[in-house]
Design a protein around this ligand. Sequence first.
Ligand code: ASP
Length: 314
Amino acid sequence: MTNRFSLAVHGGAGTILRSQMTAEKEAAYHAGIQAALRAGYAVLEKGGDAVDAVVEAVCALEDDPLFNAGRGAVFTADGKHEMDAAVMEGTHRNVGAVAGIQGPRNPIKVSRLIMDRSEHVFFSAEAAMKMVLDAGLPFEDADYFYTEARWNALQETLKMRAEGKESRDPARRHGTVGAVARDMRGRLAAATSTGGMTAKAPGRIGDSPVIGAGTFADDQTCAVSATGHGEVFIRYCAAHEIASRMRHAGETLAKAAHHVVMEDLARNNGSGGLVAVDGEGNIVMPMNSEGMYRGFVTQTGRFETFIYRDEEPA
Ligand code: ASP
């Protein structure tokens, strides 16, 4: 077995157009993705676990207000934050997932706590909170999670909704962060964290914490972290479908992921994309939307980051 390691991260997919970007904004997104890759790489290059690497990478993205998770999470229709997160490791299929949480600084650490300390795998926010308090994870008040851009996006969406003019394009409203990794020992892991979709109904849960939809890891096939229109990713069991195609049909990761993103999801209004890694450390980052903040690094130490769909690895 090869001992190569690799890591890929995403900062959300959607309507990301060059015409709406500035050089400063592009630079900030590249820097945010790069910082997440560096956080995960620091774990992997020392021979650390894939699951630690994906949690570190996702924490970096949750701390960056540019991305829709943690600090930069979008608002629900009633102006609150409800965050979803999940982590999974592919050797024993251990999982931790949480939905609708508000307050903990890093929702992905809440997932990790559930994975490490509970006999259960998926908690609603209220039930997870006791565990979070007992463990002493850092909390933040509502101001910390307030960003002007997200608040303005909510007002704009609510106004369009009230006028019956809400865009049918859900790609405007989404974003998420996630990471997948293969470590030196061939272990795979995936982590995903999100504020969900702007102006979502209170109580709505997306695909990110649903194992097999937005997050999945299995050493025998692949690890996947998705971003996109969560309802469709759930209906098509997007992440697990990729693993199934590999396992049952013998497809490569590239072929399986392409099929799910470009056919199953795209043909059913499931805009978005994903990052995935297989047991050999091969990475794919397919999307059917205009862009996806994304990047990868392998043991060569070359960090590559991208924004638009037409950009290809050098
Ligand atoms: N998949 C997330 C959700 O539906 C949003 C996104 O990834 O853009 O909650």
